[in-house]
Design a protein around this ligand. Structure first.
Ligand code: BTN
Length: 327
């Protein structure tokens, strides 16, 4: 009920009467009053005026919990269920367990801190509490397993769109799925899948965004940044999480029509920081340097090498770095 009350009060800048809340939620005045006490205890300033009703005076700066996220999401599939924990080993591991237990496609899990956050290629993802977003989305799409890796690109695009809309920051994608601002990494995405040869059981897209984080360990500080460091002030993590999901649902629906990146390719290329830049592709088969042209329908990076041959680079096996630094 907390979620619904937060949603209604946020939608109305004026007063909402107790009677109206009772009617819309189908509960008693006492139940509304009790929930309002919980909302105040969370740090909301709520004004209660006799014969007028309730009104938000001020929301807490950056509260993250299940109701905060849920009350901001009104989508068809994405965020149909939202789970939150103060601390978890890894939201991806938690999401996998839920997916196996039958959680529906669109279920979102989020934590305030992770003790064993996972990065790509077996690396760890530093996940201190109270400052960043660690979330994982469960999807059960009817697509072939070989198309599932493109979902990472769909999420990368959605994070860039959400960051730009919410903060005005000049966010870009470093192929395939790092989100960068001012040449530094702001977000990483880790997609994991359980599948048979021709059938996807579930896909977990894990997203880590540095939001209200002021400091990074020395070894990361040249390469990592946060929304707060770039903007100079904090933003609501719940707002940003909801905005990412809103963009993801829109892009996911477009993706599902063809099962590939064809309809999203031009949007993706527009925000691709590597485009028309020199990159170095490192794969187990050797190195190549060339100009990144954009992606193809499969989401592979097209690189024009020095011999003018265009190579299609598949994300799984390579690392792509700019010739002069991380981007
Ligand atoms: C990368 O190496 O760039 C990917 C980092 C992905 C981190 C996120 S945080 C939420 C989710 N849970 C994890 O354990 N990892 C992903």
């Amino acid at each position: 009920m907390k979620t619904e009350i937060l949603k209604i009060l946020r939608e109305n800048s004026g007063y909402v009467s107790g009677q109206e809340l009772c009617r819309r939620l189908g509960v008693s005045r006492t139940a509304i009053w009790k929930t309002m006490q919980q909302i105040k205890a969370d740090g909301y300033e709520v004004e209660a005026v006799p014969n007028k009703g309730y009104r938000f005076v001020r929301e807490p700066e950056d509260l993250l919990n299940e109701s905060e996220i849920k009350s901001r999401i009104a989508l068809e599939e994405i965020g149909c269920q939202v789970y939150f924990k103060e601390q978890v080993d890894s939201t991806n591991t938690w999401a996998k367990k839920l997916a196996e237990e039958g959680a529906p496609s669109g279920t979102l899990v989020c934590a305030d801190a992770q003790t064993r956050g996972k990065g790509r290629r077996g690396r760890s993802w530093e996940s201190p509490r109270g400052s960043s977003l660690y979330m994982s989305l469960i999807l059960k799409p009817d697509i072939l397993p070989l198309h599932a890796s493109a979902l990472t690109l769909v999420m990368g695009l959605s994070v860039v769109e959400a960051i730009r809309e919410k903060t005005g920051l000049d966010a870009w994608i470093k192929w395939p799925n790092d989100v960068v601002v001012s040449g530094k990494k702001l977000c990483g995405i880790l997609t994991e899948m359980s599948a048979q040869m021709d059938y996807v059981e579930y896909v977990i897209i894990g997203v880590g965004i540095n939001v209200n984080r002021k400091e990074f360990p020395r070894e990361l500080s040249d390469m990592a940044t946060s929304v707060e460091l770039e903007l100079g002030h904090k933003i609501s993590r719940a707002d940003l999480a909801a905005k990412v999901m809103e963009h993801f649902e829109k892009n996911y629906q477009i993706f599902l029509k063809t099962g590939d990146m064809s309809a999203l390719r031009s949007d993706y290329d527009k925000v691709l920081v590597n485009r028309n830049r020199q990159v170095k592709v490192t794969s187990p088969g050797g190195h190549c340097e060339g100009t990144a042209l954009g992606i193809n329908d499969k989401g592979e990076l097209l690189v024009e090498c020095s011999d003018h041959e265009i190579r299609e680079v598949y994300a799984g096996e390579v690392s792509v770095r700019g010739l002069y630094g991380y981007v």
